[in-house]
Write a protein that binds this ligand. Structure first.
Ligand code: HEC
Ligand code: HEC
Length: 345
């Protein structure tokens, strides 16, 4: 039973090397079939020595030989991940579920599958400049992508979410040396010119049917059917998705829903650019001055339109104190500075 393999391509012949397969659950043939399905969807095949992992499903969980209490915890984590709206008003202040961006319940390659975080953290994270735990990584998505306030570290909800992430990573070794196949939202090459008007036209043609003409999506009976791409009910200006390359990667790989890789690279970038030229809730790191904030977090915002003049008619983007539904601006401690220097003896 092999689930995780290092993929080795030799002079055109595709081989599997089982060196990283000590705890795995899928056969080489099953992995090959998985890759075939993805390549038929237009995704690239794994490169030599990439780590390919098929995360277990909730059906696999029912069959797993683990303590029933742990199963309950993982089920709760899954439930929170796919229906995060149940934390609305407490931890979540927009229309997102975690699964709005992490498709396939957090398992889909090229849609930022979440299990890599469970095997690569703790690690240094440039965004907040210190070593992050898995809980802190999850907290980051609450603070920015959910325009919210994370559940407390060590709380039942945090434990359940972490357990779900770790369960999906079942069988993968910690700190794998190989690059992970399908991690993140890999972006297509950036074209020379980005066109706002072409982005707008394509958006109205291909996206507005679900996400609505004004980007606000669709909500029925307090449940999100189509998430908001911008505006008060979307992620805030500090979320990874506001980087144009990240949005371009997400869109190219996943949208329109059910038609991955159907847009050209130029189209995906133009739509991402159009999307990023619209307003959304304030970045929780806001200092009170948008240009100062953009400058302070330039590593991040050099890739977004925050603090720049809108290519549409939106004026200076991010120049406001609107926090959407969230009744506060800045609860989230972007990170406790951690420093272990001097603690080595
Ligand atoms: C608005 C879209 C969006 C939503 C909603 C969202 N995320 Fe994310 N998430 C991202 C982006 C963007 C990244 C960074 C991907 C990259 O590295 O390119 C990310 C990364 C992650 C990672 C790290 C994955 C890795 O490869 O290490 C984890 C874990 C994660 N998110 C968990 C969550 C959880 C839990 C929630 C719900 C509380 C959530 N996300 C909600 C967009 C989102
Ligand atoms: C058939 C309906 C449909 C169409 C058409 C569609 N989407 Fe989506 N989109 C969704 C759904 C549903 C989700 C959330 C995924 C989930 O819940 O499974 C989503 C999620 C997203 C997200 C991440 C969440 C967020 O709110 O930011 C972005 C970005 C996005 N879509 C952009 C687009 C773009 C751009 C297009 C056009 C190229 C498009 N979508 C076309 C249904 C659609």
């Amino acid at each position: 039973m092999i689930r995780t393999l290092v993929y080795t391509a030799l002079s055109g012949t595709v081989l599997f090397s089982a060196t990283a397969a000590a705890n795995s659950y899928k056969t080489g043939a099953e992995i090959q079939q998985y890759i075939d399905t993805l390549t038929e969807m237009g995704f690239p095949a794994p490169e030599e020595d990439q780590l390919v992992h098929i995360p277990p499903t909730m059906e696999d969980l029912e069959e797993a030989d683990i303590h029933p209490k742990l199963k309950q915890t993982i089920r709760r984590g899954y439930d929170l991940f796919t229906n995060t709206q149940q934390l609305r008003g407490e931890n979540v202040f927009n229309n997102m579920n975690c699964s709005s961006c992490h498709l396939g319940e957090g398992r889909m390659p090229f849609s930022a599958p979440i299990w890599p975080a469970a095997v690569t953290l703790p690690d240094f994270r440039g965004k907040n400049g210190h070593v992050n735990s898995l809980e802190e990584r999850i907290a980051g998505c609450f603070a920015y992508s959910m325009n919210g306030e994370p559940p407390a570290y060590g709380s039942d909800d945090m434990l359940a979410l972490s357990a779900y992430h770790q369960w999906l990573a079942s069988g993968v070794e910690m700190y794998p040396k190989q690059d992970i196949y399908g991690r993140g939202f890999p972006a297509p090459d950036r074209p020379e010119q980005l066109s706002y008007s072409n982005g707008e036209k394509l958006y109205q043609q291909k996206c507005a049917v679900c996400h609505s003409e004004d980007g606000s999506g669709l909500r029925v009976d307090n449940q999100t059917v189509y998430p908001a791409l911008w505006g008060d009910m979307s992620n805030n200006w500090g979320a990874g998705m506001v980087r144009i390359f990240t949005a371009a990667g997400f869109i190219k790989n996943n949208m329109p829903l059910g038609q991955p890789n159907s847009l050209s690279d130029q189209e995906a970038w133009d739509i991402a650019y159009y999307m990023d030229n619209q307003e959304r809730p304030q970045d929780p790191r806001y200092t009170g001055d948008v240009e100062e904030t953009a400058e302070m977090f330039n590593n991040f915002h050099q890739h977004s339109m925050y603090g720049k003049d809108s290519a549409g008619d939106g004026g200076l983007l991010g120049d406001h104190e609107n926090t959407g539904d969230k009744p506060f601006l800045k609860p989230f401690n972007v990170g406790v500075p951690r420093n272990f220097e001097g603690n080595t003896d």
